[in-house]
Design a binder for this molecule. Structure first.
Ligand code: GLY
Length: 338
């Protein structure tokens, strides 16, 4: 398993074979959803299916969703370039059940994909569950054969997922990959959890509630499933690199930035090239959806992203505008970059 395109295809094909309808990514700017500035997760286009307001021909689905986390509740803008895993724009792979299967099948499907198709050794994996979710803990024991030591109970909001202040939500169970002792960091819930050793790569959300308003949480008509796997993080893991910026996809973009600027991706310039590569994707996809730089709302977020990229281009010494020259960047073999 190597390239980002192949990893995305393996995920979508697996869930299609398991009976899920392959559904195209929803837009980055959610339609008819005043609660969100941008699509921040795969479940956004399915909110009305979870709540039962809308019915479609399928009860399970799989997607590769374009996401942006640069404004509103989910905002990673200032981390980009300085950590191994934060991006503003990324693709989220997901499988969804709208009142069809629930915890057991979700865990079984995830476990089989990760260990049998992505061939990740079980010995490198651990999971979290919401503190009082004995059912999920027991299922991990049964399906993965985990002992209590590899099932970490978390009480905080890290293990309860919601797209915004209102809407479908629920407790979750996250899958982590242990990159080994040579990487700094501690397991989830420990003082050093923000280090990179334990990489969170998949979140299984047990959708059970609809948050109508603060303090008013009701049961969904039927328990459902929403999962989110960061394609770029999974690619780093499967390509054996420690940063999303070292994957094939980002190497090609950083190479384009290096060639256009004439500045090697080394020392202080490394973070700048990474910022430029990430922000190039975010701003290109936003402009493609009709968002233009402006003084408020989405336009202001786009303006901040573009301004930050341009500042980094200046920092590495670019004398002429750089970003627009990178938009057509292709992988070395001429493939379009995903
Ligand atoms: N909706 C699940 C996640 O974004 O983690």
């Amino acid at each position: 398993m190597s390239g980002v395109n192949e990893i995305r295809k393996t995920f979508l094909d697996y869930f299609a074979t398991e009976g899920h309808a392959p559904v195209a990514s929803g837009p980055l700017v959610p339609r008819n959803d005043p609660t969100l500035m941008f699509t921040s997760a795969g479940m956004v286009q399915f909110k009305t299916l979870f709540t039962g307001v809308e019915k479609r021909a399928y009860a399970t689905a799989t997607t590769a969703q374009k996401c942006l986390r640069a404004g509103g509740k989910h905002n990673d803008l200032d981390n980009v370039g300085y950590t191994a895993r934060h991006l503003t724009f990324f693709e989220m792979l997901g499988n969804f059940s709208f009142g069809d299967y629930f915890k057991e099948r979700a865990i079984e499907l995830a476990w089989n994909l990760v260990t049998k198709h992505f061939d990740i050794p079980a010995s490198r994996l651990l999971v979290t569950v919401y503190i009082d979710d004995d059912e999920a803990a027991d299922l991990w024991k049964k399906i993965a054969g985990f002992s209590d030591r590899r099932i970490i109970r978390i009480a905080s909001s890290d293990n309860f997922w919601a797209a915004g202040e209102t809407g479908p939500c629920g407790p979750c169970s996250e899958l982590f990959f242990d990159q080994g002792e040579s990487v700094f960091g501690g397991p989830p819930g420990s003082a050093d959890e923000d280090g990179d050793r334990f990489l969170e790569f998949w979140n299984l959300v047990f959708m059970q509630y609809d948050q109508i308003a603060p303090g008013d949480r009701r049961d969904l008509p039927r328990p459902s499933i929403d999962t989110g796997m960061g394609l770029e993080r999974m690619s780093a893991l499967l390509q054996g690199v420690q940063s999303v910026f070292e994957t094939d996809l980002f190497r090609a973009l950083i190479r384009a930035s290096v060639e256009a600027s004439g500045v090697p991706a080394e020392g202080a310039a490394l973070a700048s090239h990474r910022v430029i590569a990430d922000h190039l994707r975010a701003s290109s996809f936003l402009v493609a959806e009709g968002v233009l730089p402006g003084n408020e709302g989405r336009g202001y977020v786009l303006r901040r992203i573009m301004r930050r990229a341009m500042r980094h281009a200046q920092l590495i010494g670019a004398k002429e505008p750089l970003m627009h020259r990178l938009v057509p960047a292709r992988a070395r073999d001429g493939r379009r970059l995903p």
